[in-house]
Design a protein. Structure first.
Length: 141
């Protein structure tokens, strides 16, 4: 029975090595190995939950997401991967200009596209959460 599901475990490690482009790391201490393994599996869990929540939301209204395929922006998908979801936000940036005294004089956040807004909404986050990044002062927050 365990060998039947072995491909799932292999898929997780393949995802870590190939899609996330994790370079080989050489650690010697057991606690470092344990910590690195915990961190990597946490990342995979976050990816899995993102995909599950978004796909469930999509199934509820039978919608397909456009714009997640860089080779064809018009192509729609009903099974988006977490990697493609994150790549949809690759062009997002927050620019902060400061005076010589270190005070903020301008904060600019890249506006969200409709696809990005839809993704955030389906994941249970509103666009207002995103806009708070422009307001929140990390140095004094």
């Amino acid at each position: 029975m365990c060998s039947r599901n072995a491909y799932r475990i292999e898929r997780i490690f393949n995802r870590l090595k190939s899609r996330l482009q994790i370079a080989p790391l050489y650690v010697k201490r057991d606690d470092h190995i344990e910590g690195l393994t915990s961190l990597l599996t946490l990342g995979v869990r976050v990816f899995t939950v993102m995909e599950f929540v978004l796909r469930r939301s999509r199934q509820n209204d039978h919608a397909k997401l456009p714009g997640l395929h860089p080779e064809n922006r018009q192509q729609r998908t009903d099974t988006p991967t977490a990697e493609r979801l994150l790549k949809a936000f690759a062009d997002v940036s927050l620019t902060i200009l400061k005076t010589a005294a270190g005070e903020d004089i301008l904060r600019r956040l890249t506006p969200l596209s409709e696809v990005q807004q839809d993704i955030l909404q389906r994941l249970g986050f509103g666009a207002s959460l995103y806009r708070q990044l422009e307001i929140y002062d990390i140095g004094n927050g």
